[in-house]
Design a protein around this ligand. Structure first.
Ligand code: NAD
Length: 354
């Protein structure tokens, strides 16, 4: 059970340190090794995803990443930007499935911009295909063409999915649903786009292999609306790269607190890169005020999806619920009547609650 830890930049080292403490507390068998990624790797070697990190990441069973980036590197050439390291590791490990839960703990219902009764107890999982769709389809570009007798610029992209790509992401969604409430909502735009008509057909065929899971379909425009109207109707949402990009951000904002949201990106072997949904928060780095819960919950996703340690994952999630119920809050989720807690102290509270 080898874990490669990539703390990265900004608050990354502070929050991953807490997640590692929690991981070691729930299971002493984990072997943890750290490496550089992002800005700190550029500083050390000129490469945001150095060969030594690549080797470790390939050998590990799972990767825990903090965050990368910061103003110091913003003017560097693209290949030496911290974010290039992130894209490189995703590509290197063929991480095609992005899992983003949006969970709103009842104690934090006031943090959402929606009415508490609409969002309290929200627990959805968005499964987004990450390596295909219009984001990667060829041909693409901006060209000058003659259209209607007029020379003008013309922009174009190509949306495509193969049957195998749809089956692959569909399986991730159905398997995830089996560990949850056994409902999958597949989101497409089949009334307009042939690619997504195929998406719907393949999902329907695949659902025959999962008779214990209920499959429904929804058009993406309706899904965007339902997510703010009645988000608790969803369990697992599965969709393509572009629709997933938009819907997962919309869903994460339902919870109102970016410091609470974990994510997982998986490949076909079940190897995963686990990271908080937020960035490196340079404005609060090194001050012991960042919220480590997204990183800790990312570690719990790692136990669930790579190591199949369901009971241990439940323990971590229950511990997080408990510290919130006890009133511990980092600055980003602090409100009147609660206890303001630093990064390290929040880690201590979770350890105590395990
Ligand atoms: P950000 O998520 O880092 O920060 C946005 C706001 O949320 C800031 O006010 C920050 O203080 C706050 N915040 C974020 N995480 C928090 C936490 N755990 N606890 C408390 N508050 C938290 O986004 P940004 O400011 O747009 O980006 C900062 C840097 O992070 C940039 O260089 C960007 O490129 C990078 N970034 C990296 C990733 C990644 O590594 N996956 C993702 C997004 C942005």
């Amino acid at each position: 059970m080898k874990i490669c830890v990539l703390p990265g930049d900004g608050i990354g080292p502070e929050i991953t340190a807490e997640a590692v403490r929690v991981l070691k507390a729930v299971d002493s068998r984990f072997e943890v090794e750290e490496a550089l990624i992002g800005g700190c790797a550029v500083d050390a070697s000129g490469d945001p995803y150095p060969e030594s990190t690549r080797k470790l990441a390939r050998e590990a069973d799972a990767i825990l990443l903090g965050a990368v980036g910061g103003p110091r590197w913003d003017s560097a050439p693209r290949g030496q930007r911290p974010e290039s390291g992130l894209l490189a590791i995703r590509k290197d490990l063929c991480l095609f499935a992005n899992l983003r839960p949006a969970v709103l703990y009842p104690e934090l219902a006031e943090s959402s911009t929606l009415k508490p009764e609409v969002v309290a107890g929200l627990d959805i999982l968005i499964v987004r295909e990450l390596t295909g769709d219009i984001y990667f389809g060829q041909p693409r570009g901006i060209e000058t063409r003659t259209i209607d007798g007029k020379r003008q610029r013309f922009g174009f992209n190509t949306m495509h999915y193969s049957e195998a790509e749809i089956v692959r992401i569909g399986r991730v969604a159905f398997e995830a649903a089996r560990k949850r409430d056994k409902n999958v909502c597949s989101v497409d735009k089949m009334n307009v786009l042939e690619t997504t008509q195929l998406w719907r057909d393949v999902m329907t065929e695949l659902s025959n292999e999962y008779p214990d899971v209920v499959l429904t379909h929804m058009l993406v425009d309706n899904a965007a609306m339902q997510l703010v109207r009645a988000p608790k109707q969803f369990d697992v949402i599965v969709t393509g790269n572009m629709f997933g990009d938009i819907l997962s951000d919309e869903a994460s904002m339902l919870t109102g607190s970016i410091g609470m949201l974990p994510s997982a990106s998986l490949n076909e072997q079940g190897k995963g890169l686990y990271e908080p949904s937020h960035g490196s928060a340079p404005d609060i780095a090194g001050k012991d005020i960042a919220n480590p819960l997204a990183a800790i919950l990312s570690a719990s996703m790692m136990l669930r999806y790579t190591f199949s340690l369901q009971a241990e994952a439940d323990r971590i999630e229950n511990a997080v619920r408990k510290v919130l119920a006890q009133g511990y809050r980092t600055a980003d989720i602090y409100g009147p009547g609660t206890k303001k807690t630093g990064t390290r102290a929040m880690g201590d509270a979770v350890l105590a609650a395990l």
